[in-house]
Design a protein around this ligand. Structure first.
Ligand SMILES: C[S@@+](CC[C@H](N)C(=O)[O-])C[C@H]1O[C@@H](n2cnc3c(N)ncnc32)[C@H](O)[C@@H]1O
Length: 371
């Protein structure tokens, strides 16, 4: 059930607090919500599925330690599982090289680790919070036993190694291991295109999280922006922030920033969130068109640019991008008519009008187009 030869080779690549956005979401929203929900029962069950050498599971343990420093009387399970026994042995030792800390602030590293030669040794209290077990997510029957009633399952960068039918089967099994209202967090694009029974998507700027059922069925699925507002939050102290509903424009601005950083998959995902809020926003279609071009999907890019122009017939950039695509496809008559349309628009504008997203004015653009 693994993918064929073209599939990525399985690696155990991992590090502490991998993906800041997702860990912010866990620290500022999901874990505080779960802790609050479980305060009565004093029970919390977290699972890092495909944990490799343990960094992800221990990152969860550190978050629990920050968010729930006094946990006497709590029954907390933090489970790490993997198919790779060698990785699990390393996980159990709790000793790591500097490379595992590439996304960790020195203060957090020093708070939870002690240096011994070339290695950093995890605080014994945190090491003891995590239990590791071997397991094959594809072959294993996940029902009952330890693997049940999970409040949170983090299974990231694991589905990428599976064929589509295995992705669906494993996602369904993991959904079955969640408690009502429990969360499944995957890598950003890993469940795109899969509808998993019993799971609902909850959209956050930091990405999509899948939730089993809903503890409050009447509540709409919120679109929440986590806004770390103080240096303390930006470091690693727990802080509950009120959810803010972002507008389509804000989401689009975030998508542009993320795209500028070269994180194209995430940018695309945020763009889709922007469109979920504001389906008629030409700018979101335009950004998706640019991302499609970067992926080499020129047909899709053309469709998206046509949509952009349908929604905003004055979008000079969309005409010019379309002209370039038509030239590429050797459709010179259409390329020419796209340029002419762009020229007509810029000529009708005041000379000093800015032409987005280019750093140029209408007058300069008109000059360039008649050359
Ligand atoms: C790239 S690592 C991801 C580690 C961590 N989740 C992260 O995102 O940093 C992928 C892990 O998935 C594990 N894995 C691959 N196939 C698996 C399977 N069928 N069952 C359980 N683990 C599997 C690999 O052994 C490897 O440790």
């Amino acid at each position: 059930m693994m993918k064929n030869d073209t599939a990525p080779r399985v690696t155990g690549e991992t590090y502490f607090f991998r993906d800041h956005g997702q860990f912010d979401l866990l620290r500022l929203c999901l874990l505080p919500e779960l802790i609050k929900r479980r305060r009565g029962a004093k029970m919390l069950r977290l699972w890092s599925a495909g944990c490799s050498s343990g960094e992800e599971a221990y990152s969860l343990a550190m978050l629990v330690d920050m968010l729930l420093p006094k946990r006497d009387g709590w029954d907390i399970l933090i489970l790490g599982s993997d198919i790779d026994q060698t990785a699990l042995e390393k996980a159990r030792r709790g000793r790591y090289g500097q490379w595992s800390f590439r996304m960790v602030s020195p203060s957090l590293q020093q708070q939870y680790f002690k240096r011994q030669g070339d290695e950093w040794v995890l605080d014994e209290r945190i090491r003891r919070m995590v239990t590791f077990r071997a397991g094959d997510l594809i072959g294993e029957v996940i029902s009952g036993g330890e693997l049940r009633d999970m409040d949170l399952i983090v299974c990231r960068n694991v589905f990428i190694y599976f064929a589509a039918d295995a992705v669906a089967a494993v996602a369904e099994k993991l959904a079955g291991a969640l408690s009502e209202g429990g969360y499944l967090m995957t890598g950003h694009t890993e469940l795109i295109g899969h509808r998993v029974p019993n799971l609902q998507c909850r959209l956050f700027v930091e990405g999509v999280v899948h939730q089993r059922g809903s503890p409050r069925p009447a509540a709409p699925s919120p679109l929440i922006r986590i806004t770390p507002s103080s240096p303390a939050v930006a470091q690693h102290m727990p802080c509950l922030l009120p959810p803010v509903i972002p507008t389509g424009e804000e989401l689009l601005a975030t998508a542009r920033e993320v795209a500028d950083r070269g994180e194209y998959d995430q940018a695309e995902q945020i763009c889709h969130q922007a469109l979920a809020v504001a389906p008629l926003a030409a700018g979101s279609h335009f950004l998706l068109a640019q991302l499609a071009q970067l992926r080499g999907d020129f047909k899709r890019a053309e469709e998206l640019l046509d949509k952009t122009l349908y929604l905003d017939p004055g979008c000079v950039a969309a005409y010019l991008e379309l002209a370039a695509l038509c030239e590429r496809a050797e459709n010179l008559p259409r390329a020419q008519s796209m340029r002419r349309a762009a020229l007509d628009i810029v000529r009708a504008l005041p000379g000093d009008a800015a032409i987005e997203p280019y750093e140029t004015t209408a007058a300069e653009m008109a000059q360039w187009l008649v050359r």
